[in-house]
Ligand binder design. Structure first.
Ligand code: LLP
Length: 431
């Protein structure tokens, strides 16, 4: 049995009757019905994380906008929509997903540094709650678009507080050399400009310094700087009704010790005490990260000269995080083997033709055999959404469990569907 299961943030994913199950459904049952690999999420775990986040801020009535980039499956968003969640989106595609899943525009924050004119117009047309602007150019474009549409754009300006988030460098966003937000030094002028621009209603200030933060310190420094700026603007007569604190709260994948949501809420609560300001948050990973697993089957076991390779049918195209960020995901057997002896150092790798296509190297795991099902844990966030069809592998199916029920919430596309997206150039056709 894996020490990592059950995870404290996802007790719904646990061994029951000797088998890894999600809520009341054994993963082997889903594998038999759906084939492997597949992602499987627990509705209960997603709901509990959302409720826990909301409860931590009870009394402040924060606007929680689930960051759909973490997992944008319509059923996942709809699960949260039913609890009253808003959405944080970064493209028209995500905006459309949030709307389709039942989140009205008035609960959608539109973030991102490179929104096109068409995307900004779409957000206005659908009454976005807030558009987080990240540059002067975008501000001016939005002002023009809003005037043409006869609308007023609700704007927050994202500031870059120049804080080291102490996370993986590829997902740190709050240093001045990062492309995100407007530097603190330039921000006051941009707020002043925005306050005077036609078609713009200045609603707030936004900040997000990175993802998978496992310490409170960087949040505290960033939030202090933002609140200082908020006060300075207030003194100049620019009163911002809300502050959007972004997302970024880390989760435990291995042995990280992220702050609890209650500790995080206490810090934000303390810092904003007495400020007449509405709080908004954009959590992604915290809500869904531990609520999902990627289930894969062992194809072959190969004894190399220095390594025992366990070759599974999932690959980096299904879950990119280990290849891209050297991310650690716990791996456990779906049915812990009996009578096969002690754990062995094994390297769990996928079929893709790249050395980086590995989920674990030299990790002590129960001795796997061909045909075994294994689960890659904490794969609910930035898993399926980052999948691709590299090596023309059909992207993974997704399954949602609720109690004793499960449903395929994204089909694995057929090979015909994959190939049908290509077109033969006319000069090559018919030969
Ligand atoms: N708000 C903004 C403006 C963001 O850029 C992000 C994430 C979030 C909210 C949500 O952050 P979260 O609460 O999930 O940390 N693919 C990477 C993570 C990229 C995060 C991008 N921005 C990974 O797999 O670790």
């Amino acid at each position: 049995m894996s020490a990592a299961v059950p995870h404290p943030d996802a007790p719904e994913i646990a061994y029951r009757d000797g088998e890894l199950s999600v809520e009341d459904v054994a993963l082997s049952r889903i594998a038999a019905a759906v084939g492997t690999p597949f992602y499987c999420y627990s509705s209960g775990a997603i709901e509990r994380q959302y409720r826990r986040f909301a409860a931590a801020f009870a009394g402040r009535a924060p606007r929680l906008c689930y960051s759909v980039k973490a997992n944008s499956n319509l059923s996942v968003i709809a699960t949260l929509a039913r609890l009253g969640s808003g959405a944080d989106v970064v493209s028209e595609g995500e905006f459309r997903r949030a709307l389709a899943a039942g989140i009205p525009g008035q609960r959608i924050v539109f973030s991102g540094i490179g929104k096109t004119e068409a995307e900004l117009a779409f957000a206005l047309e659908h009454d976005a709650y807030q558009i987080n602007v990240e540059s002067r150019g975008e501000l001016e474009a939005l002002s023009a678009i809003a005037q043409r549409a006869g609308r007023v754009a609700p704007v927050a300006i994202r500031v870059n507080p120049d804080v080291d988030a102490r996370t993986h460098h590829k997902i740190a966003t709050g240093k001045k050399e990062n492309k995100f937000g407007i530097d603190l030094a330039h921000a006051p002028d941009v707020f002043v400009e925005a306050a005077a621009l036609p078609g713009i209603a200045l609603k707030g200030m936004a900040v997000h310094i990175g993802s998978q933060l496992t310490a409170l310190g960087p949040f505290e420094i960033a939030f202090l700087r933002v609140i200082e700026l908020w006060r300075a603007l207030n003194n100049r007569g620019i009163k911002l009704p809300r502050i959007d604190f972004g997302g970024g709260i880390g989760i435990r994948y291995r042995d990280e010790t992220p702050p609890s949501i209650e500790e995080y809420a206490a810090v934000v609560g303390h810092m904003t005490q007495g400020l007449d300001v509405e709080l908004a948050f954009e959590p992604g990973r915290y809500i869904v990260g531990n609520a999902g697993v990627l289930v894969t089957r062992v194809l072959y076991v190969k004894e190399g000269v220095t390594r025992r390779f366990v070759i599974v049918d999932a690959a980096m195209n299904d879950l990119l995080r280990p290849a891209l960020y050297d991310a650690w995901h716990e791996i456990g057997p779906v049915k812990p083997p009996v009578g096969r002896g002690p754990a062995l150092a094994q390297s769990v790798v996928g079929p893709v033709c790249e050395t980086g296509d590995a989920f674990a190297l030299d990790r002590l795991l129960p001795p796997f055999r061909p045909g075994d099902l294994t689960a890659i844990l904490s794969a609910g966030a930035y898993g399926a959404v980052m999948s691709s069809s590299y090596n023309t592998r059909p992207p993974t199916a997704e399954v949602l469990v609720r109690g004793g029920d499960f449903a395929v919430i994204r089909e694995r596309p057929s090979y015909d569907a994959l190939l049908a997206r290509d077109r033969m150039a006319p000069w090559l056709a018919g030969r």
